[in-house]
Design a protein around this ligand. Structure first.
Ligand code: CA
Ligand code: CA
Length: 113
């Protein structure tokens, strides 16, 4: 593998040149992962926030200028999280949450929309 070139001119990027829109922050906890998914099947991507302490929070997307609203904590996983995935495990078109813990438990949380 070799470096092709340094990209010093990003004028052709398809993204805007803003420093990035802050949609959420929590100074009291460390985010380990974010997973975008449409949890309420309204066509707009919501955001799952996973913290290092095992807390999982949902930011629901309502559209408009400031679309994301904190819907609070969904769950607190006692064991440390090894992997977390989102997928529809029961075929109802609502994404469910699948968690693999460091104690090798596989937990499924069905979306009860
Ligand atoms: Ca949505
Ligand atoms: Ca489902």
């Amino acid at each position: 593998m070799s470096r092709v070139s340094d990209n010093i001119n990003v004028s052709k990027t398809p993204y805007d040149s803003n420093p990035g829109e802050n949609i959420f922050s929590n100074p009291n906890k460390t985010i380990s992962q974010t997973i975008p998914a449409d949890f309420n099947d309204d066509g707009m991507l919501d955001m799952l926030i996973v913290y290092t302490d095992g807390t999982i929070q949902l930011l629901k997307n309502y559209g408009g200028k400031n679309p994301y609203r904190n819907e609070g904590n969904l769950m607190l996983i006692a064991d440390a999280i090894k992997e977390i995935h989102v997928g529809d495990v029961n075929g109802d078109h609502y994404p469910d949450i699948i968690i693999w813990t460091t104690k090798d438990k596989l937990l499924v949380y069905k979306n009860m929309q």
